[in-house]
Design a protein around this ligand. Structure first.
Ligand code: ADP
Length: 683
């Protein structure tokens, strides 16, 4: 194709211009936008530009002019012109003229006013009754319109302006006319609401009609057309005059932009909704999870509350039981003390009777003290204030101390007390809370004594793996099987017939159990009614850091030691001082009494040979702790035994911290005092 064009151009270039004859070509001056007279009176249009472009190529002298069809046809007939441009091809072959190749294709269609009907279609037109159609005068296409709707009526016009304006009439349904021409005119009139139907009728070719005598003109026109088609000039001219008016208005391309925008918006909306849905789902999921957790938490809280409620109810019952017990437990010894104190006042009492009454008062006092101690301990356990104080402790010493403490009481009952230490003195030193082990053992031995009337009581320990297993065995009344677990609960006592006779608040074992558990062990009982019981408890065998301990086992004697001690009694209360003086007397060669802390320190400083200080913690001016601290500055050896008032382990700890060797709680028990003296001076 390009080659052909090149050859054509070459031919044109070589052939001298003078050989070109001058041709006259005419076209209609009233066929916008193909060819028409504009406002300036110039002949313009698509066909005019085509001719001009061809003229340009050949540099020829085709003279272009316009007129009405009648004159043009006449001029052609009479040979005044050689060709007509913008001529439709005849329906049948016509050999009288030469027709060039088609320059453009034209068509007719229905046009309507979108302001009046937005959904005008061929189908609608077919169904309307007597639609009014605007048409060109004498237009043969009236038959076509009638073939679609035979009831159609017509309004005839003889120019484009009139035709287009017809569409503004309310009674006019549509117009039927040449598509591009009508749309061009509508635009010129500013009527952008006029639309063509896509349905195109009478599609015809339009080209040049050339006189038979000028075949070379026809050839030129054909070649020229081919050249401008090829070099893009044709397209430029087409775009200038036609494109805009030949666009299919229903063409989806026109809506492509909107379709794209709409689709994008729809997709964006869908994505947004999906996103929203996703976010909502996440939220719902997390809410559900929250709710589930909340529900689980609620269930847990409910369970906990239920437990607390049961506990509270139990605790309530316990409290009532406790109050009932306590009132009995406190009243009984109080009655003993008060009753027999009154009886003692009788002047005529024999010495034997006096001793008997004093004995009863003593026992009652001891019983009362026991109860008070138990109450304090259980309260501290319950309140979570009971601390574990781990330090090195010698098991053997403890066992021996307890043995010597209870021996007189057991023997007084006509029974036998024995103990069993199975570790060597060195091995028996472990890390534990000495006070607690002591309290547990003491309590178990006390019970063994309390609940046995004959036979023997044996206690001690065995090392079992990483644990020390203590035992306290008696040949007493035993405990029914079904009560063996319950007795470790607070205020619970095995149902024994002579319960009242045995005394006790049912706290001892509960305290013991709490202590054992604090130390990391277990407590249990094996018992047979009428035969006796063995209480066991374990504590971890924690060895202290290996070090050589200079430990001398002391012999437990019967308390009748031949000691000649220099004893300092520091006590501000007259009665207590007298009592201490009496019980210390048998061990002392010299006893010095002081009544305050300052004096204690002073006497101590002046008497370096003092062996033992019995020091009251609560003294005026300088208290026991401070006095001890000051004494320890110049005397590290003197044995200081603190007397703690309330049986509170805090006091004991503080005393030991201050530098005391030991402590004894008030009211002072003579046996305990003897055991302490033996502990420190029986060497
Ligand atoms: P208490 O002895 O003050 O009543 P405990 O808590 O020490 O309180 O003991 C609870 C109960 O267990 C006692 O009341 C008693 O019925 C029973 N019990 C404890 N030790 C023995 C024992 N060695 N022999 C028989 N019964 C015992």
């Amino acid at each position: 194709m390009r080659f052909l064009v090149f050859v054509l151009m070459l031919t044109i270039a070589i052939v001298p211009r003078t050989v070109w004859a001058q041709y006259k070509v005419m076209l209609s001056d009233n066929y916008p936008p193909y060819n028409f007279i504009n406002e300036k009176g110039e002949l313009v249009g698509f066909n005019v530009d085509l001719l001009k472009a061809i003229n340009e190529i050949y540099n020829s002298e085709i003279v272009i002019s316009g007129d009405n069809w009648e004159n043009i046809n006449n001029d052609m007939e009479t040979g005044k012109i050689q060709a007509i441009a913008g001529h439709h091809y005849p329906g049948d072959p016509n050999d009288n003229y030469i027709y060039t190749r088609s320059a453009i294709n034209t068509s007719h269609c229905f046009l309507y006013n979108t302001n009046q009907s937005n959904n005008f279609s061929l189908e609608l037109f077919r169904s309307l009754k007597e639609p009014l159609v605007g048409m060109w005068q004498n237009d043969v296409l009236i038959h076509y319109v009638l073939s679609i709707n035979p009831t159609a009526k017509f309004v005839f016009v003889d120019n484009y302006k009139q035709l287009i304006e017809t569409l503004d009439r309310k009674d006019v349904t549509c117009i039927f006319s040449q598509r591009v021409g009508s749309m061009y005119c509508a635009e010129k009139l500013g009527k952008d609401y006029i639309r063509p139907l896509e349905h195109r009728i009478l599609e015809r070719n339009m080209g040049f009609k050339v006189s038979k005598e000028y075949p070379e003109l026809a050839e030129k026109l054909n070649n020229g057309l081919e050249i401008i088609l090829d070099n893009g000039e044709y397209q430029r001219i087409y775009d200038k005059w036609i494109t805009k008016y030949n666009n299919s208005h229903n063409d989806w391309h026109q809506y492509l932009k909107y379709i794209l925008i709409f689709s994008s918006l729809t997709i964006a909306l869908i994505l947004l909704l999906l996103g929203l849905n996703w976010v909502l789902q996440l939220k719902v999921r997390s809410k559900t999870r929250d709710l589930q957790q909340q529900l689980e938490l609620n269930a847990q809280i409910m369970q906990e509350l239920e437990k607390q409620k049961i506990k509270a109810e139990e605790s309530d019952k316990m409290k009532s039981a406790f109050l009932a017990n306590m009132s009995h437990e406190i009243r009984t010894p109080m009655n003993g003390i008060l009753g027999f104190s009154t009886l003692l006042k009788e002047p005529k009492l024999s010495g034997e009777q006096q001793q008997k009454y004093i004995g009863i008062i003593e026992t009652s006092g001891a019983r009362m003290l026991n109860i008070i101690n138990d109450i304090i301990d259980i309260s501290k356990i319950e309140a979570g204030l009971m601390k574990v104080d781990i330090a090195e402790s010698n098991l053997n010493t403890q066992i021996e101390y307890i043995y010597s403490f209870f021996k007189p009481e057991v023997e007084a009952k006509g029974m036998k007390l024995t103990f069993k230490n199975t570790l060597t003195a060195k091995e028996a030193i472990i890390k534990t809370d000495r006070e607690k082990v002591f309290a547990i053992l003491t309590n178990l031995v006390k019970n063994a004594i309390k609940y046995s009337n004959q036979g023997s009581i044996e206690f001690g320990y065995n090392k079992k793996g990483d644990y020390i297993e203590f035992f306290v065995r008696d040949t007493g009344i035993g405990i029914p099987k079904d009560r063996q677990k319950a007795i470790f609960e607070r205020f619970i006592q095995a149902e024994i017939e002579d319960k009242m006779a045995r005394q006790g608040a049912g706290l001892g074992l509960a305290i013991s159990k709490a202590y054992v558990e604090m130390l990391g062990g277990k407590i249990w009982v094996e018992s047979q009614e009428g035969k006796g019981s063995t209480f066991y408890f374990t504590i971890p065998y924690n060895e202290p850091f290996k070090k050589e301990i200079d430990f001398e086992k002391f012999d437990v004697g019967d308390g009748s030691l031949n000691l000649k001690l220099k004893i300092l009694i520091a006590e501000d209360d007259e009665t207590s001082r007298q009592f201490l003086t009496i019980i210390a007397d048998k061990y002392g060669e010299e006893i010095i009494n002081v009544i305050n802390g300052t004096e204690t320190v002073e006497v101590c400083r002046n008497n370096a040979d003092i062996d033992l200080i019995l020091l009251d913690i609560q003294m005026p001016d300088l208290n026991g702790y401070e006095a001890t601290r000051q004494i320890r500055e110049f005397n590290k050896d003197v044995i200081i035994i603190a007397q703690t008032a309330y049986g509170l382990s805090d006091d004991r700890e503080k005393a030991l911290d201050a530098g005391c060797n030991d402590y004894i709680s008030k009211p002072i028990d003579k046996n305990e005092f003897d055991a302490l003296i033996q502990k420190y001076f029986n060497k």
